[in-house]
Write a new protein. Structure first.
Length: 211
């Protein structure tokens, strides 16, 4: 997603509206899970949080449920997102966050023990191997990237936009949808080593490292 594409997303964050979709060029409407992202961590999130050793960089943190939960537990964490409204929500909850892209200069280069790509954020930019290489640059020696995969066997690069039920739509942006097998392939293309895989409550996760 690009910065200019998220006005509808920011509106939905404030209203916690469930009806916003990501519309792909082939006509599919993929619902955004705004209510879950704005809620408390669920059981699958809890497993992810337990595996997140600080300091943690939460890439595409959105309204920050993971960043906030880590901060409340005393785990050093920083959220990063291109949505200013999302970053404001994280900060209002007392957690640190930066209004920035993962591809922008970021603090702690080479010193993050965990980089999170939850909630489908492996799709950022539509080029998963490129994103993983960037995340690997941010890792400390021995650090891990924790990636949430899509359910099922999916591996696609899409052109998409955000669309409201009233017909409003945002500008086009590139995205990717990757199931577990596709995440493993992208990790190999980025010269990353798979160190763990798990499933929880219908959600799939992969941990990779650069060492």
């Amino acid at each position: 997603m690009i910065a200019g594409a998220i006005a509808l997303y920011e509106e939905a964050l404030h209203a916690q509206a469930p009806a916003l979709v990501m519309r792909t060029a082939d006509g599919r409407g993929l619902p955004l899970q705004i209510h879950r992202w704005c809620g408390q961590p669920d059981a699958a999130d809890e497993e992810l949080l337990q595996r997140s050793h600080g300091p943690v960089l939460d890439v595409g943190c959105g309204p920050g449920r993971l960043t906030i939960a880590l901060t409340e537990r005393g785990v050093p964490a920083l959220g990063v997102d291109i949505s200013r409204a999302a970053i404001d929500l994280v900060r209002q909850a007392g957690a640190p966050a930066l209004h920035r892209s993962v591809f922008d200069p970021l603090p702690g280069l080479g010193r993050w023990a965990t980089v999170l790509l939850a909630d489908g954020n492996i799709g950022i930019g539509g080029l998963p191997a490129r994103l993983l290489r960037r995340c690997a640059q941010l890792l400390a020696p021995g650090g891990r990237i924790l990636i949430e995969a899509e359910p099922g066997d999916v591996d696609e690069r899409v052109t998409a936009w955000l669309e409201h039920p009233d017909g409003r739509r945002g500008p086009v942006f590139p995205w990717a949808h990757l199931g577990t097998a596709a995440v493993l392939h992208a990790a190999a293309a980025a010269d990353l080593r798979v160190v763990d895989q798990w499933h929880d409550a219908g959600r799939a996760f992969v941990a990779v490292a650069s060492d």
